[in-house]
Ligand binder design. Structure first.
Ligand SMILES: C[S@@+](CC[C@H](N)C(=O)[O-])C[C@H]1O[C@@H](n2cnc3c(N)ncnc32)[C@H](O)[C@@H]1O
Length: 294
């Protein structure tokens, strides 16, 4: 903890954590997630100067200390985290939490998976995550558009409530391409994003720009088709129904039940506060008549 109290030393701590040797000695799975030389040079980058992805890391540094309290008290948010994490098969040995923030999604994953590598570019958020003392979690500071990992190492990948802070001009696609690159064949990529739902349109919420939420600089709210373009062929569900919270006892659990039963229809009809898409990295089928390659 002493180490974390000095921002300069904190930065070094995380940079060190990104060095292959350091990973090797600290965790047994390190061999599998050895940093690739292609992206390793990024570990010394100034994250603010690599060009905007939409939202700036400093914004999330400032948000970090108050982030958890607001979300933990919100049944819709808790339901979304539960549902997006639930897509990762129980017992997955090595999982990536891409855009882990302060670790709300990481905490849910830690009960489900052997080891979680939690990545975010906000050092302030990673400090909060580290303070939670999750034993099977390794925190890495990196940009999701250039992940410092080798190909096909993670059995599963969660990217919860993060992609809406990337611009649609290539950043979203680059991040998804990176998630696909580092996820194994037959692995699952589970993504949740903010939905540009019918009720948000009616209430005058912007599709793209300043979200209207204090402190957050940029949001891109997804339609069903936006998300399908990013993750072709993925089933999409609309989850989180704020209007139903006015019904007594309609908490996170009933939100989960409803999203499970009706989420697909909700997404198609423009309902649900968030959208969840699940991409299975299926092994490409051998073409009929073609020789089997070994
Ligand atoms: C709304 S928070 C979500 C955090 C967590 N997954 C959750 O659901 O509570 C979005 C997170 O995305 C991170 N983020 C945004 N752009 C990023 C980028 N280019 N690379 C890495 N992390 C990024 C932010 O730092 C922030 O922690």
């Amino acid at each position: 903890m002493l180490l974390l109290s000095n921002p300069c030393r904190v930065r070094r701590f995380y940079e060190n954590a990104m060095q292959p040797e350091r990973l090797k000695s600290s965790v047994p799975i390190s061999k599998a997630i050895r940093l690739s030389s292609r992206t390793y040079t990024n570990s010394s980058m100034n994250l603010e100067s690599t060009g905007t992805t939409g939202s700036a890391a400093s914004v999330w540094d400032r948000e970090a200390s108050c982030y958890d309290a607001a979300r933990q008290a919100d049944p819709v948010y808790r339901s979304c985290i539960h549902l997006v994490v639930r897509e990762i098969p129980k017992g997955t040995a090595l999982c990536l939490d891409a855009g882990c923030g302060t670790g709300l999604s990481t905490l849910a994953l830690s009960a489900r998976c052997g080891t979680i590598v939690a990545v975010d570019y906000s050092l302030g958020s990673l400090q909060i995550l580290k303070s939670k003392g999750l034993r099977n979690v390794m925190a890495v500071q990196a940009d999701l558009r250039a992940l410092p990992f080798k190909e096909s190492v993670f059995g599963g990948c969660v990217c919860a409530n993060t992609l809406q802070h990337f611009t649609p001009d290539g950043s979203q696609h680059r991040a998804i391409a990176e998630l696909e690159r580092v996820t194994r064949q037959n692995g699952v990529i589970s993504v949740s994003v903010h939905h540009y739902s019918k009720s948000k349109r009616k209430d005058g919420w912007v599709k793209e720009g300043k979200p209207g939420q204090a402190g957050i600089d940029y949001i891109f709210r997804f339609t069903h088709d936006d998300l399908l373009t990013l993750l072709p062929g993925s089933p999409i569900r609309g989850v989180g129904y704020y209007k139903l919270l006015t019904i007594p006892f309609f908490g996170a659990r009933l939100q989960n039940v409803l999203a499970t039963l009706l989420g697909r229809i909700a997404a198609l009809t423009g309902h649900g506060h968030m959208l969840i898409a699940v991409l299975s990295r299926r092994r490409p089928r051998a073409q009929k008549g073609s020789a089997v390659r070994r």
